[in-house]
Design a protein around this ligand. Structure first.
Ligand code: BG6
Length: 496
């Protein structure tokens, strides 16, 4: 494993652009605070928030309060953290404002080496302006300049290529950190270890043994007033083309030569290159409607959100079948399923194995499954058949279970953003998205998005709080996935 090699001897400035926005207060300030209080950041560090809103750092501190936890006894450290913070208001498009930002940063750079990290928590519409201005007015002269950007990386192959070329004209790939926060989640990080550190999985990881792979993302809430933003994007761009496809690459990729960032990312790109663009036969889309029997918000459908156009056909749910056209995976469907306003919050990978050949149990043996639960409650379990205990010779479905909350009771998992931001300080790009991955992801998804939008395909309705459009079960059945409905995973009670 790559050792942590934070350059802790030198001054670092962390500039958060978009410091007045939602992402900044909900995620990025809490993230840097948690890293700071755990003494994981360089000792000599300065944080500068930058955005259009005119406000003081005290106002920023106040807005973040709700989202930050200060453990007892760490109040002084917390004040010390905010004392290391500054805020500067400025435009996103005027070079003169960035010159002021540069002066602000330079004020602290009295040492021989001074590194700069810019986090762009800004709307995609200003990505280009911001990066040009950082390059022209704020590039570090005494150390490195690293730039972190958040998805969306374009909205189709053409816009993504434009953004990619723009960034490549300004910074080397090794200085660009494209965040997909799913790559910082504990179970997603565990995928490589489970696959490549366990010989039991090697011989079964192919189309001889595996029937289908379902990667699901479910959220129990709707757009919650963010409809205006979401309507332009839809669930396919929001979650599927990035978070779920990243998980797919980690499940399907070949073993990398080493654990170095570029070796891993090369294998991920390779597997994406084996996937053909999704066709109309391999997609189902849905949009939630109000549930008259539901509670509160559940009564309202997507189209009831006042920020959504009344005739919107933006999907809030989708099932897409992808085929990895190589020797290992030929014929195995990889089904991505994502939806908002569903019955539960869950992200998981479900690998279903073929039926047992040469059945001697009169069809009673259900398929084995390997389930990797990303959230909530990280767990890895295998569904197996076992003899029911006692005099009977019946079969029962049971599990071999690694539930993190019982096995690792005292373990603390940092938020995905904490790991990833720390990786930027450490110069580790393993869990960031390579430009080529973005290109391949859009190659796979752009034609179907164009068709759905061009032909104005109407999404199937589903009730807020349901499992999705009723038609989706039949769709899943097309992908060699057998849902028996007879097994229910029980959270193990903590061991004594
Ligand atoms: C974001 C999407 O990338 O991921 C949101 O834009 C979604 O729509 C979120 O809610 C889910 O992240 P998490 O970490 O809560 O699963």
């Amino acid at each position: 494993m790559e050792a942590i090699k934070t350059d802790s001897n030198h001054l670092h400035t962390f500039v958060l652009l978009g410091a007045s926005g939602d992402l900044a207060k909900k995620k990025i300030y809490p993230t840097v605070w948690n890293l700071y209080r755990s003494n994981l950041l360089p000792i000599s560090i300065k944080f500068i928030g930058y955005a259009r809103t005119k406000q003081s750092i005290l106002e920023v501190k106040e807005k973040c309060k709700k989202y930050i936890t200060v453990p007892k006894g760490e109040e002084r450290k917390y004040e010390e953290f905010w004392a290391a913070n500054e805020y500067l208001a400025g435009s996103y498009d005027q070079k003169a404002d960035y010159e002021k930002l540069n002066q602000e940063i330079s004020k602290f750079e009295t040492e021989l080496v001074a590194n700069r990290i810019f986090y762009l928590a800004v709307p995609p519409a200003v990505f280009e302006d911001v990066t040009v201005n950082i390059k022209n007015a704020c590039t570090a002269t005494k150390g490195y300049t690293r730039v972190i950007i958040e998805k969306p990386f374009g909205r189709d192959d053409v816009t993504a290529a434009k953004l990619g070329n723009h960034l490549a004209g300004l910074f080397d790939e090794e200085h660009i950190y494209r965040i997909d926060h799913y790559l910082g989640k504990e179970m997603v990080l565990n995928l490589m270890t489970l696959r490549f550190a366990n010989q039991i999985f090697s011989p079964i990881w192919n189309n001889d043994i595996i029937a289908s792979v379902i990667i699901s993302f479910k959220e129990p809430f709707g757009t919650e007033g963010r409809g205006g933003y979401f309507d332009d994007i839809g669930i396919i761009r929001d979650v599927m083309q990035n978070h779920l496809l990243q998980i797919l690459s980690l499940i399907a990729m070949e073993k990398p030569v080493t654990l170095k960032a570029n070796d891993i990312r090369k294998e991920k790109v390779k597997v994406l290159r084996h996937i053909k663009p999704i066709t109309m036969d391999d997609i189902l889309i849905g949009q939630y409607v109000g549930n008259p029997d539901g509670q509160g918000e559940e009564k309202l459908g997507y189209l009831d959100d006042p920020t959504v156009p009344k005739d919107s056909i933006t999907p809030t749910y989708a099932v897409a079948g992808l085929w990895v056209n190589n020797a290992r995976w030929q014929g195995v469907p990889f089904v991505l399923r994502a939806g908002k306003a569903l019955n539960e919050r869950k992200a998981e990978v479900r690998i279903q194995f073929h039926d047992m050949p040469g059945d001697i149990f009169d069809g009673e043996a259900k398929r084995n499954e390997l389930v990797l639960r990303v959230q909530p409650g990280e767990a890895v379990y295998t569904k197996i058949m076992s003899k029911s205990p006692g005099m009977m010779f019946d079969l029962v479905e049971t599990e071999l279970d690694l539930t993190y909350s019982t096995r690792y009771k005292d373990a603390k998992y940092p938020d995905a953003y904490e790991r990833l931001v720390l990786d930027v300080f450490n110069g580790n790009q393993t869990h960031f998205v390579l430009d080529d991955e973005v290109k391949e992801a859009w190659r796979i998804f752009t034609p179907i998005l164009n068709q759905l939008e061009g032909q104005k395909v109407k999404p199937l309705p589903y009730k807020f709080g349901s499992r999705g459009p009723p038609e989706s079960d039949a769709k899943l059945a097309q992908y060699n996935f057998k849902y028996s409905g007879s097994y229910k995973w029980e959270k193990p009670s903590p061991s004594k």
